[in-house]
Ligand binder design. Structure first.
Ligand SMILES: [Zn+2]
Length: 280
């Protein structure tokens, strides 16, 4: 994020889950409550975008080489492929005529009630929601062997392609975890964009394009949401600072310890972080 140069920048919003009963209201949680918005809150945000004449772009549009980036465009992404994406977010997006990109943890689809099933994925895809990969098992790609990285990226891509009958060219990195080897493998496998969890609106590289995003969390009231989509530099810079600090802590104590602390802090069922566990 380059400070005040917000003209022609497209904010790409990172959502996870939208539900009627949010995680914060439960005693035993399946995911970090921050990442679960209420349907009401999500609708208010979409309504804000429409009232302020924003349009939406998918990662396909953003990845296009000759893209135009009018400042009134917003990218909407969902990580993990959770069931509320279909039950709540999808109808609300339809109501406002917006599109979005949904990234699936493929091993979970149809196998875990908290996640989408393939019928729901196919229905959303047919309605114009862009479906991307969030790998097979949601492991941090930096921490696994090269052949495993290849499998995570390649297998997830081909399974989704078989199910929806369309090419899958967009990837979101579990835990935002990547290094040069991961990016190179993603390019070889055929991804044209890669969404990270880094804060910002920068699009780096050509093939694949690496896209920074801005997380939307349950604590964001409408005023703050407005400042985010307007790319208020103070808000974005602060988010980036916090993110850098978290990354530093993660590196210092190791990603596994970091996740354990998170689960303890939010009283999340063992094995889960933001909605997804490793295949154990
Ligand atoms: Zn994820």
């Amino acid at each position: 994020m380059s400070g005040d140069e917000t003209d022609n920048k497209t904010p790409v919003l990172m959502y996870h889950e939208v539900l009627d009963v949010v995680e914060r209201e439960r005693s035993v949680r399946a995911m970090v409550p921050l990442y679960c918005l209420s349907a009401h809150q999500f609708r208010q945000q979409m309504d804000y975008l429409r009232r302020h004449e924003y349009g939406t772009v998918t990662m396909e549009d953003l990845g296009a080489a000759d893209r135009e980036e009018p400042s009134t465009m917003v990218g909407i992404t969902f990580d993990d492929g959770l069931v509320g994406n279909y039950r709540f977010a999808f109808p609300i997006l339809g109501e406002f005529g917006f599109n979005a990109t949904v990234f699936l943890v493929v091993s979970r689809i149809g196998n875990d009630p908290r996640f989408l099933d393939w019928g729901q994925v196919a229905e959303m895809s047919a309605a114009g929601i862009l479906i991307g990969s969030h790998t097979m098992t949601h492991r941090p790609l930096e921490t696994i062997a090269s052949d495993e990285v290849f499998n995570e990226l390649h297998e997830s891509k081909s399974i989704i392609e078989d199910r929806i009958g369309r090419p899958v060219k967009h990837l979101s990195l579990p835990h935002g975890s990547a290094n040069d080897r991961v990016l190179e493998t993603a390019r070889e496998v055929g991804y044209s964009t890669i969404c990270t969890s880094d804060i910002g609106t920068a699009i780096r590289g050509v093939n694949p394009s690496v896209i920074e995003r801005i997380p939307i969390v349950d604590k964001d009231d409408l005023r703050r949401f407005a400042r985010i989509v307007e790319l208020d530099s103070r808000v974005i810079r602060k988010l980036a600072r916090v993110k850098r600090l978290k990354s530093r802590v993660k590196r210092m104590i190791g990603i596994e310890t970091y996740r354990k602390l998170y689960r303890l802090l939010f009283r999340i069922r063992p094995g889960h972080t933001h909605g997804v566990s490793r295949r154990s």
